[in-house]
Design a protein around this ligand. Structure first.
Ligand SMILES: Nc1ncnc2c1ncn2[C@@H]1O[C@H](COP(=O)(O)OP(=O)(O)OP(=O)(O)O)[C@@H](O)[C@H]1O
Ligand SMILES: [Mg+2]
Length: 378
C-alpha cells in the first residue's frame, strides 16, 4: 500500500489540513480586490494554501480566475514578462483563438510572433520583441487588467517565490514599474508570497521600497499540534494501521509542527509500523531522518564561520543573554555589536528565522542534528 502522507509536493484534498481562517481571509481579499502578501519560512505551506483558496474561489465563482506564476522560473525582468504574459493568456482564454486575439489586441506591438500547437494550450510560446518591450513594459504589466475588463471577469494573479525578484538585475527599478501599474488595476488583485522572511520583509515593510504597504500582509503560522494529531491518526487509520494520540503528538512535537517534516516523519513512522505505531518507532524514524540529512547538514555547518557556529552552540545550550559578557566570553563571540551581525548572517543563510524579536531555527531537524550529533548536548 502507498504511504498515506505527502511532502515536497503541494498538499491538497485529504492531504491538506487546517488553514480555515487563512483560506477565508484570502478568499475575502480576492473577492474584494485587496492585494495580499504572504510570508513564512520555507515549507510551511504557502503554495498549498494559495492553491487551496484559489480552487475554492473558482469553484464558487465562475467569473473569477486565478493565475499562478513562479518568480523563480525567470532570472531577468524580460523572462518574467514572458511567463507573466503566457500564464495570463492561458488562464483567461477559453479557446486557442482567444489567446491569439487577446495577444493581438493588448500586446500586439510587442508580439510579432506567437505560436502554439493547435491542440495543446499548454504549449504556447510567445516571442516578445525586447526592443519594444524595453521602451515600455506597461502593456505587459497591464495585460491581466485589460483582459479581465474585456471579459467581465476578476483575475487574481499569484506570484510565488516572490523573494526571487530581489535577485533580478536592476530589481528595484523593476519593482517600481510593477507597483506603479499594479496599484491602478481595478479588476485584478495580486497575491505575492515567498520565503526568506528577512528578504520579503525588506521588500514589503521598508518605506523606501516600491512594494511598501502593498496590501494585506499575512504571516503564515505553523499548523498546531491539535490539528496534527487527528490528521496523523486519521491517515494511519485510513490505511489500516493505528497510532495513539500521544504517539501522533510526539511526531508533531519532535519536528516542532513544521508542516513538511510532520508529514515526512509521519510517513517514516508509518513505514516502520506493522499494526500500531509505538513511541520507540517514532524516535527511531526521527533518528533515521537526521542520519539521512546528515551529509547535507555537514555541508551547511562547514560553511559557517567560527563565530556563527559558536552562536548556534550558545543558543542550543540554552543561553538567552547572548550579549552578556559571560556568554560573549564563554563562546568567543567577540563584542556585543557582533551579535546582530551574526544573527543577520544566519538569517541570510536561512538557518535562523528572526521574527518579532524571537530567534529560532528554520529547520527543526538541523537543530536536532546539531544538538545531538554536532555539539553533543544532552
Ligand atoms: N495545509 C497543509 N496540510 C498538510 N500538510 C501541509 C499543509 N501545508 C503544507 N503541508 C506540508 O508541507 C509541505 C510544503 O508545503 P508547500 O510547498 O505548500 O510549502 P511552501 O511554504 O510553499 O514551501 P516553499 O517555501 O518551499 O515554497 C507539503 O508538501 C506538505 O507535506
Ligand atoms: Mg512554495
Amino acid at each position: 500500500m502507498e504511504a498515506p502522507f505527502i511532502f515536497g509536493k503541494i498538499a491538497n484534498e485529504n492531504n491538506f489540513t487546517d488553514r480555515f481562517d487563512e483560506i477565508e481571509r484570502l478568499i475575502t481579499n480576492f473577492k474584494s480586490g485587496i492585494n495580499t502578501t504572504i510570508i513564512s519560512p520555507r515549507r510551511w505551506g504557502k503554495s498549498s494554501l494559495v492553491l487551496k483558496a484559489a480552487q475554492k474561489l473558482e469553484e464558487e465563482n465562475t467569473t473569477m480566475k486565478v493565475c499562478f506564476i513562479d518568480v523563480f522560473d525567470s532570472r531577468t525582468e524580460e523572462q518574467f514578462y514572458q511567463s507573466f504574459a503566457k500564464e495570463i493568456l492561458k488562464v483567461t482564454a477559453g479557446k486557442l483563438e482567444e489567446i491569439g486575439n487577446y495577444a493581438k489586441m493588448f500586446i500586439g506591438k510587442l508580439l510579432p510572433k506567437i505560436s502554439f500547437s493547435p491542440d495543446n494550450m499548454q504549449d504556447i510560446s510567445l516571442a516578445l520583441d525586447w526592443q519594444e518591450l524595453r521602451k515600455d513594459p506597461g502593456d505587459i504589466l497591464d495585460l491581466g487588467e485589460k483582459i479581465a475588463k474585456e471579459k467581465g471577469i476578476k483575475l487574481i494573479i499569484c506570484l510565488d517565490e516572490f523573494q526571487g525578484i530581489a535577485d533580478y538585475p536592476k530589481s528595484k527599478a523593476f519593482q517600481k514599474r510593477m507597483r506603479s501599474r499594479f496599484q491602478k488595476h481595478q479588476n485584478v488583485s495580486y497575491c505575492l508570497y515567498g520565503s526568506k522572511r528577512h528578504m520579503m520583509m525588506e521588500i514589503f515593510t521598508k518605506q523606501s521600497m516600491p512594494f511598501y504597504k502593498f496590501g494585506d500582509l499575512m504571516f503564515l503560522e505553523k499548523i498546531s499540534v491539535e490539528n496534527w494529531i487527528p490528521f496523523i491518526q486519521q491517515h494511519f487509520e485510513n490505511s489500516k494501521k493505528k497510532i495513539g494520540k500521544s504517539e501522533a503528538e510526539l511526531i508533531a512535537d519532535l519536528v516542532e509542527c513544521h508542516p513538511y517534516y510532520v508529514q515526512q516523519l509521519a510517513q517514516m513512522s508509518w513505514l516502520r509500523t506493522k499494526t500500531a505505531c509505538k513511541k520507540s518507532t517514532v524516535f527511531e524514524a526521527h533518528d533515521t531522518l537526521m542520519m539521512q540529512l546528515s551529509l547535507l547538514f555537514q555541508n551547511i555547518t562547514s560553511d559557517l564561520s567560527f563565530t556563527q557556529l559558536n552562536f548556534l552552540h550558545a543558543m542550543l545550550a540554552g543561553e538567552t543573554k547572548m550579549s552578556s559578557k559571560k556568554v560573549l566570553d564563554k563562546y568567543q563571540l567577540g563584542t556585543s555589536a557582533n551579535i546582530m551581525k551574526i544573527k543577520k548572517a544566519l538569517a541570510n543563510k536561512e538557518i535562523l528565522d528572526l521574527f518579532a524579536n524571537v530567534v529560532s531555527f528554520t529547520d527543526p531537524i538541523y537543530k536536532a542534528w546539531l544538538t545531538k550529533y554536532h555539539f553533543r548536548i544532552r
